[in-house]
Design a protein around this ligand. Structure first.
Ligand code: ATP
Ligand code: MG
Length: 157
């Protein structure tokens, strides 16, 4: 078995994070799940917003789904779900929200994916944003099954 994909990248500014998100966007299709982790204010929503806005069919706001838990978008790559599971207390709510189905049928961007526990899709790409120093720099750590290496070649690898 080949080893899983793992890489790190420095993002010096919010703009660099947004630019990376818009470069990953066209590589995604239904069934792709990105797990966006990192502490409060790390930049998960910033990354998701840039990615979603680059794919929207009609321009619209992309609010943080902190209170709605999930937001659904119509994109040029099909339906996209943006979830923020911070307020989730029971992984069973993931099923109630319809997220399990979305994992197979839609593009899904999931903030606070640790809440998924056993429901984490094994094919997902995990992206962690880690603040570096007092400024805007972030370390992006990507982890996922080996096929992501080829898919992200030129963007992350
Ligand atoms: N390198 C960077 N990458 C991403 N965001 C950055 C960066 N530098 C500064 N920022 C700023 O940090 C803030 C990150 O806020 P954001 O809402 O994206 O955080 P979050 O990780 O989603 O937090 P929460 O857990 O509360 O949802 C934004 O205002 C963004 O402009
Ligand atoms: Mg957020």
């Amino acid at each position: 078995m080949s080893s899983p994909f793992r890489t790190e990248l420095r993002l010096a500014s919010a703009e660099e994070t947004a630019r990376l998100a818009t470069r990953i966007a066209p590589l995604l299709g239904p069934g792709d799940v990105l797990l966006l982790s990192g502490g409060i204010g790390a930049g998960k929503t910033h990354f998701a917003r840039a990615l979603i806005q680059s794919l929207l069919v009609e321009p619209e706001d992309v609010p943080s789904p902190t209170f709605t838990l999930v937001q659904e978008y119509d994109t040029t790559a099909g339906t996209l779900w943006h979830a923020d599971l911070y307020r989730l207390s029971d992984p069973l709510e993931v099923v109630e929200l319809g997220l399990e189905e979305a994992f197979s049928d839609a593009i899904c961007l999931v903030e606070w994916p640790d809440r998924l526990a056993d429901l984490t899709p094994p094919s997902a790409l995990a992206l962690e944003l880690i603040p570096e120093g007092p400024g805007d720099a972030r370390l992006l750590r990507a982890d996922g099954p080996t096929d992501w290496a080829a898919r992200l070649a030129g963007v992350l690898a």
